[in-house]
Design a protein around this ligand. Structure first.
Ligand code: ADP
Ligand code: MG
Length: 357
């Protein structure tokens, strides 16, 4: 893969919450990359730092959260006067306010959530909201924006889209509301759509329809999707690549086939064993049947965060040494001392990337 196929590189990201009770190391040295046009799934149990990773990318962390270390390199390709311009932007360096990060949020990267009312207003019609969002991003007339909004509603599978422009969110079903939120997120033509558990609250049939629609949109619009889920069935269905997170770290990452058929980290292996035999698609497989509990976020164990639950734990080692990430194959990384001897991946890069603005 050439560098130009990369869309996003997260390098040694650390995000912490400075609460009155102590520091929560929500994301504790996460590295992964995304290629242009792919679907990357981030999977892991509740509380492992999936949402905080996503929110760090867009710099929309809740107080008292802060990125304390790392880089998030976004490789932007834009058209300026008919020619292609490529640049690399470190989103961390942009900070959480200011016109540059707002431009990224409005134009390059959109996010959708489990709860559609996070991004939709209850007191405006969906047509109005999407039209306004389009006019904020594009220099088009009201009429053109309305035409575009209808086209977007059509694309996300809302029937009779022209008639639906005048409806309010309370008049829509959960699935239709989710579709309207996706239309809103697409209004700026993003190159990356981050979807944080977008179908978790929906019934299985609606979930499948929305995931299919997202797949089609990705191909039609040439977007990339970062899909966050705790459901391994969704990962199997959607992912090109997978990042398996555990307690603020990346336990393992790689192509979906490799990770599912040849899981290397004891945590990934346990996750896969936790799937009931009757199949992945069986009503939202939950990742809650692994022995032991996820430790309290305020008091992480020394060494590997997974050692208290691990069947392969090596006393005197795993409880003392924080494992580096080992490169065990092409695009395959595992953060576990069982793989000592392999090359270490994600060595910190101290130089600035070229073309940074
Ligand atoms: N606003 C906050 N204040 C304090 N801790 C937080 C806050 N938001 C998230 N966290 C902590 O960060 C960790 C990761 O959370 P999150 O990314 O939401 O997990 P998930 O993988 O379920 O999306 C959790 O331990 C959570 O308690
Ligand atoms: Mg979450």
């Amino acid at each position: 893969m050439s560098k130009s196929d990369l869309l996003l590189e997260v390098r040694d990201l650390k995000t912490q919450f400075f609460t009155d009770d102590g520091i929560v190391r929500a994301v504790d040295g996460v590295s992964f990359e995304m290629k242009r046009g792919e679907t990357l799934c981030i999977v892991g149990e509740s509380g492992c730092g999936k949402s905080v990773t996503a929110r760090s990318i867009l710099q929309i962390l809740d107080y008292p959260g802060r990125i304390v270390e790392g880089q998030i390199l976004f490789h932007r390709v834009s058209q300026v006067n008919g020619s292609e311009v490529r640049e690399t932007v470190d989103l961390v360096a942009l900070g959480s306010r200011g016109p540059e990060i707002r431009a990224v949020r409005g134009k390059d990267i959109s996010m959708i959530f489990q709860e559609p009312m996070t991004s939709l207003s209850p007191i405006h019609t969906i047509g109005n909201q999407i039209t306004e969002a389009i006019r904020l991003h594009l220099p088009v007339s009201k009429y053109e924006a309305e035409e575009r909004a209808i086209e977007l509603l059509h694309r996300v599978g809302i029937p009779q889209p022209a008639d639906r422009m005048g409806t309010y969110t309370f008049q829509l079903s959960g699935g239709m509301r989710q579709r309207a939120m996706i239309a809103m997120a697409l209004s700026c033509g993003p190159s990356l759509l981050i979807a944080d558990e977008p179908t978790t609250a929906l019934d299985v049939t609606t979930q499948a329809q929305i995931l299919d629609m997202m797949k089609e949109l990705k191909d039609d619009l040439g977007m990339s999707i970062m899909l966050i889920t705790h459901d391994l069935g969704v990962v199997a269905e959607m992912a090109d690549d997978v990042v398996v997170m555990y307690l603020g770290t990346v336990a393992e990452r790689g192509g979906v086939v490799e990770v599912f058929h040849d899981a290397q980290h004891p945590y990934t292996q346990a996750l896969l064993r936790s799937i009931p035999k009757y199949g992945l698609r069986a009503k939202g497989v939950r990742l809650d049947s692994i022995r032991g509990m996820v430790p309290d976020p305020y008091s992480r164990p020394d060494g590997c965060p997974y050692y208290p639950r691990c069947d392969h734990m090596m006393p005197g080692k795993c409880d003392r040494i924080s494992p580096p990430s080992f490169k065990i194959g092409k695009d395959r990384v595992v953060r576990c001392l069982l793989y000592e001897g392999h090359d270490v991946a994600d060595q910190k890069l101290h130089s600035n990337p070229s073309g940074n603005i």
